[in-house]
Design a protein around this ligand. Structure first.
Ligand SMILES: *Cc1c(COP(=O)(O)O)cnc(C)c1O
Length: 499
């Protein structure tokens, strides 16, 4: 017989790990360090352009960064935090105008402590009662903003726009196809129609579902990078002739490369005519629903069967915070089941069965974060008018920047921006220079220099520089400074081409 195990006390090391006083002390220290970080990125006064920390990024080669962390690991709590800040890109720096993820409102970050310390799993209702209620309220607000029918619509939050789009496609397949795909797998070659400018995650979604290359039919775009909706009928007809069953059409609102909004109304009517699922990938741009000035860009979104929205792109919220909204909430229960086991009683939101509120039935996540809380905090503490003002300001700055580019003889604008994404390129080069390579070189130099942060994209086979103005701390002076900075780097490179 084995001796019974006796456990008398909590090991001191473990007990200390949970010591509330140590938490109070370290958490205060963290807040102080983060406040210093923020202050170092905001110019001292309104005339100053440069914040105390001049670089958005202290670039290092990946191999060197890994080596540095291995050979010189930080000693202790404060040094770890400082080293992470020193070696991370700084989204609050006014010269950060790169990817679509944007500087979060600091108030939202304070709720990161709360979310992480409570660590509610939220897959089932009792594991996150407040989190589930908040999520429900945020979704109801979106339903209203998008003009979906309040009686039937619903949704949830999930880990990013890409996963939201995949989840929507799974629901669409389950509902639109006549086949028992859940139990028997794909029975036919299915496909989704997207614009050729759609986010790459749509292509991935189709392939993940086992539809292969034929599962995504790309509709060409016009010169504004919007889907040629006049081609939808013929593309559908061609697909049918090839024995492909089209299940859904995805409208981009807006597309990632150029920030162009598809004609959602035209796509919506097409889908209604042909009984197809209408999904709106509004990961970036559906946020304009919060702006009375710009919400017209979403005309037709009220016809959608499902809509993706990222709060971490234009709504001042830390990542990840993505919503997937359904026209008929019941549809979302069929994503991971052939026949929904749980249907809202009489489509009313009154039900005694708490399991109806178990989010894991409808989401990929089993352990699920309180995704809605940080946005809810921004929305409640700062107010909707702050969200609207932020978007309007970003769009104005973007128009201003496109004017600057347009007026400069040594720069070329790809198109007038419809949102806060602008593609442009530097055209001052020797006649035999390949402009694509030249702009790729400049973009590399910009990253390695670190004063500004911008990205690049390819449009119609050509390379362009690309900015997303997602930072309301950026001013026209910083934007003018960006063009000047590019000129200087170009001059430098002409003099020292090997560098
Ligand atoms: C950013 C973006 C995505 C991807 O969203 P993640 O949250 O990064 O997964 C998808 N579609 C569009 C149009 C986007 O702009």
């Amino acid at each position: 017989m084995k001796e019974p195990v006796s456990v008398e006390t909590i090991p001191p090391l473990v007990r200390d790990a949970f010591d509330p006083d140590i938490f109070r002390q370290t958490a205060h220290q963290m807040v102080d360090m983060l406040t210093d970080h923020l202050q170092s990125l905001v110019p001292n006064n309104s005339d100053a352009i440069d914040p105390p920390v001049s670089k958005t990024l202290d670039w290092d080669r990946p191999q060197d960064m890994i080596k540095q962390w291995k050979t010189d690991p930080p000693a202790g709590f404060a040094e770890l935090a400082q080293k992470v800040m020193a070696n991370s890109i700084r989204l609050h720096h006014p010269n950060f105008v790169g990817h679509q993820i944007s500087p979060p409102a600091p108030i939202a970050a304070t709720f990161s402590f709360l979310v992480d310390l409570l660590n509610n799993g939220m897959g089932i209702f009792e594991m996150g009662m407040a989190g589930t209620a908040i999520e429900q309220i945020v979704i109801e607000m979106l339903v209203d903003k998008f003009g979906l029918p309040a009686e039937t619509a619903g949704g949830f939050m999930t880990s990013g726009g890409s996963l939201a789009n995949l989840t929507a496609m799974l629901a669409a397949r389950s509902i639109v196809s006549d086949d028992d795909v859940w139990n028997r797998g794909n029975q036919k070659q299915y496909a989704v129609l997207v614009s050729s400018a759609a986010h790459y995650c749509m292509d991935r979604a189709a392939r993940i579902m086992g539809w292969g290359q034929s599962g995504v039919i790309q509709i060409p775009v016009n010169d504004q990078f919007q889907m040629r909706t006049d081609l939808l009928e013929s593309q559908l007809e061609q697909a049918r002739q090839r024995n492909i069953e089209v299940l859904a059409v995805v409208g981009s609102a807006c597309c990632t490369a150029t920030g162009s909004y598809d004609d959602l109304s035209a796509i919506g009517h097409f889908c209604r005519r042909h009984d197809l699922w209408f999904h709106v990938d509004g990961a970036h741009g559906a946020a304009v629903a919060f702006s009375p000035t710009h919400r017209g860009l979403l005309r037709g979104i009220e016809m959608a069967d499902s809509i993706t929205l990222d709060f971490h792109k234009m709504l001042m919220t830390p990542a990840l915070a993505s919503a997937l909204v359904f026209r008929r909430n019941n549809d979302s229960f069929q994503t991971f089941a052939q026949k929904a086991e749980y249907i809202w009683a009489d489509e009313s939101d009154e039900t005694d069965d708490a399991t109806h509120y178990d989010l894991a039935k409808r989401t990929f996540e089993c352990t699920k974060q309180m995704f809605a809380l940080k946005f809810y905090a921004v929305w409640q503490c700062l107010g909707e008018s702050t969200l609207a003002a932020n978007i309007d300001h970003l769009f104005q700055l973007s128009q201003h920047f496109s004017d600057l580019v347009n007026e400069a003889s040594d720069f070329e604008l790809a198109m007038r921006p419809q949102s806060n994404i602008i593609c442009f390129r530097y055209t001052d080069a020797d006649p035999d220079t390949n402009l694509c390579q030249w702009n790729e070189t400049l973009r590399r130099m910009i990253v390695e220099d670190g004063t500004y942060y911008i990205v690049q994209t390819r449009l119609n086979g050509k390379s362009w520089l690309r900015v997303t103005i997602g930072n309301s701390l950026t001013t026209p002076l910083h934007l003018a400074g960006l063009l000047e900075h590019i000129r200087q780097l170009a001059q430098h490179h002409k003099k020292n081409p090997t560098h």
